[in-house]
Ligand binder design. Structure first.
Ligand code: C5P
Length: 228
């Protein structure tokens, strides 16, 4: 059976993020730092996670000319992070420039943001169906040998079918079956950790169900139990 790992998304202020990492550090290895935390606290946020023994997925979704991405990845190598994301729409030359510059750093590709609905998708000018476009980009990413593809849970099953077993798939939009409709919750089409594992996720990204919980450690442990 595939091993599925938990990544806790730290969409918080630095002090709150550190409280969470301290509580979780014995059980959870991976933490996602996105632009919100990074723009405010930069490398300090990364160092905080590393200080507590965690690994960082830096979710900055790079999308730029190949040379800029190459130089950004050269600098990212020095941060000692585990993985970083980039848009597959940046094209194969950009992705390869990133991959060639990466040392131990894993490169994860984003297909189409799940916030983009069909109307917007067509306004941008895509002509395939959304599903076909996602599949096309994932295949392209696979050909360029990215280490992983970030996908919504509803894409998991067919992406795993299309891409085979080797490529890593990372998915957010995860909720426990019993989760009530919390006021902060904007995830509509989620899967449970167990379902994501069964459909072939290597990593699940979970933020608020852990960080907003009264007992973040217990919430994380319940998730870990489902993906054991
Ligand atoms: O709090 P929640 O569990 O919804 O957090 C999920 C994390 O994954 C957030 O950092 C969010 O920005 C990110 N994400 C997402 N849905 C996507 C892509 C990324 O929720 N389609």
């Amino acid at each position: 059976m595939r091993k599925t790992e938990l990544i806790t998304a730290l969409d918080l202020e630095l002090d709150k993020a550190e409280e969470i990492v301290k509580k979780l550090s014995k059980d959870v290895k991976y933490y996602k730092i996105g632009p919100v935390l990074f723009m405010r606290h930069g490398v300090k946020a990364i160092d905080m996670v590393k200080k507590h023994g965690g690994e960082v997925f830096l979710d900055l979704k790079l999308h730029d000319i190949p040379n800029t991405v190459k130089e950004a990845i050269e600098n990212a190598n020095k941060l000692g992070i585990y993985s970083i994301s980039m848009h597959i729409l940046g094209g194969p030359t950009m992705i390869k420039a990133g991959i060639n510059a990466a040392k131990k750093l894993k490169i994860w590709g984003v297909t189409i943001l799940t916030s983009i609905d069909l109307i917007e998708f067509h306004r941008i000018g895509f002509r395939y169906s959304l599903e076909k476009q996602v599949q096309h980009l994932a295949k392209l990413a696979n050909e360029t040998q990215v280490d992983g593809v970030i996908a919504s849970p509803r894409e998991l099953y067919y992406l795993r079918q299309t891409l085979g077993e080797k490529i890593r798939i990372i998915t957010p939009s995860i909720r426990m079956e019993a989760s009530g409709k919390d006021p902060w919750d904007d995830q509509k089409r989620f899967l449970t950790p167990k379902e994501a594992k069964e459909r072939g996720a290597d990593f699940i990204v979970v933020g608020r169900p852990i960080t907003q919980s009264k007992n973040p450690l217990k919430a994380a442990q319940e998730i870990l139990k489902e993906i054991e």
